[in-house]
Each structure stands twice: as C-alpha cells, then as structure tokens.
Write a protein that binds this ligand. Sequence first.
Ligand SMILES: [Zn+2]
Length: 339
Amino acid sequence: MRGVVMHAPGDVRVEDRADPAIEEPTDAVIRLAATCICGSDLWPYRGVEDAHNAPMGHEYIGWVEEVGPEVRTIKAGDFVVGSFWASDNTCEICRAGYQSRCINAVPMGMMGTQAQFARIPLADGTLVTTPEAPPADLLPSLMAASDVLGTGWFGAVAAEAGPGKTVAVVGDGAVGVLAVLAARQLGAERIIAFSRHPERQQLAREFGATDIIAERGDAGVAALKDLTNGLGAHSVVEAVGTQESMMQAVRSTRPGGHMGFVGVSHDVALPGLELFFAEIHMLGGPAPVRRFLPDLIQRIWDRQIDPGRVFDLTLPLADAAEGYRAMDERRAVKVLLTP
Ligand SMILES: [Zn+2]
C-alpha cells in the first residue's frame, strides 16, 4: 500500500509501506476513506520532536476489511470512526470515561494512518460504526470527529460549558473553533472566542461565538474581564498548549470556575502561588474522544453540526508532502487527505 513516511524533519514522502495484517486476535484492518494531518504532526516536521523514518498519522475513518477471531461487535464491511488512542473500553479507567488513558491503550500514531490501510488494535473497544454507509458529504465531519471535534468537545465538557454559562476559548485552530461549536451545542449562554484572524473569527461566529477578542495575553484577559463585570468566564477552554495561552486561560477563569486544557503542553510551568489563589477547577489531557464518539456521530448523522468545515484544504494522499508544507507555512489550518 501507499503511506506517508517522515524521513527527517521537513522530509515527508508517500511511498510503499507493508500492507497491515491482523497481528492480535482483537485487531481489525480498515481501508481508509479519509485521513488528515494534525497540528501535532508539525512538531516532528519542524524538528521540535524526533522524526526518523516514522510512519505518520493518527486520525482515521474507513471500511473494515478484516477482523481478528476475537472481535465480536465489528465486522467486515462496517464503516467506522476511531480516535487517536486505541482502547479496550472495558477497564476501570475506560468505564469511568477516560479511554485515552486506558490501561491497554495503544497510540494510533504508531500505526501511521496517513495510508491506504491501517491496523486497528482493540477493535471492539476502539471503533464506533456509523448507522449505515455514510454519504460522501459527511466524510469531512466524521473525519473531524476522530480527533479535533472530540478534543474540542472534551475541552468544553471539562470546562463545564452549559446553560447559563459564559464560556471563553483560548486558541482559534481547529480544536479551538470546535470547542466553540461544542459550547454552543452544550447550551452555553455566551461564548467568547480569542482570535486575531478574520477568517477564524468568522468561522468561530458561525460555530456559535457571540463575542470575539482580538487581544491575547494579559491584554486579552483585561478585555475578557471588561465583558464579564470584572469576574472572568465561568468556563474556559485552552486549546494551544503554550505558557502564554495557559496563563491566559487561568487568568480568564473566575474563582470557582472551570478550565479545560486540551492543547498539548510544550514547556509550560504553572506558578504555584498564582494557581493557589486562582481557586479554579482544572481538568486537561489527551481527550477521551471514544467517550463522545457515539453522540458526535449521531449529531453529524442528523446534520445538527458540520465540524468538517474546519478543513480548509483537501488533497489526495499522494500529495501529503504539499499538505505538510501548507500547514507549516500557515496556508492551511487543517488538511484532509483522500485515498
Ligand atoms: Zn481500558
């Protein structure tokens, strides 16, 4: 099969890779209907993380080709959506709703789903089927559910977005704007998006933002306080992962409020005394997307939400290198790859 390999930072190629096969009795092999490039794939691309002959990709939707002898609920021909962690969905951690930290979790980045086929470990626990074969126009939204929608959703749930709440979202990438969408779906009264980019502001508004703040850092916090009687937001979602964005989120949360942080943390150190006096609830980490997938798939199926609009560039898998360049040069926010 053809698949993406990162040979070194900046050197992405689409080449022949070994066809995946059933290795464990709980595996499935899927034929991808779509895959995509994640913002986190830029870390190795830019040399911030190690990359040496690494198969790439952890987001996937597609048709089940084959299942191992112990797979019970998934069968060949099913159309499935999964998340970036394979999980058994039966251990105590999974049953509590934290499948991304399953005791048997397998990172899907190891499988490299930017490819024509992929092996999915723990298929019964990991994969969620769609009601039937999806129409083509739903594929981008189902693709978004695999990672960015589920992550934005977790951020909004962790921040306890809901009726009567003022929600603020730090970060206007794919996860940030989808946290806005999630807050709207969860019934938030007011949704404030931090964004400096006109096209991202527009998308945030279409997804449900009621207010936009273009300032960032402490100036952004001051603008947010102006909009909230000096109190800060009840619910804040952090979707970047830098020192500045984390402090902006902490300082935007009112005492007693909730902050969900879903940006992958890079060199963040939180000052203990400020955190002590902030007196806020904080929950973050790799999103347990699997917890939300059945609900998200149904909302997409019913056309209540259209999260696939976050993809602003679609390319054939063969042109994946151009997709990485486009995201690295910020010509694209999120790239969809088709087989
Ligand atoms: Zn588990």
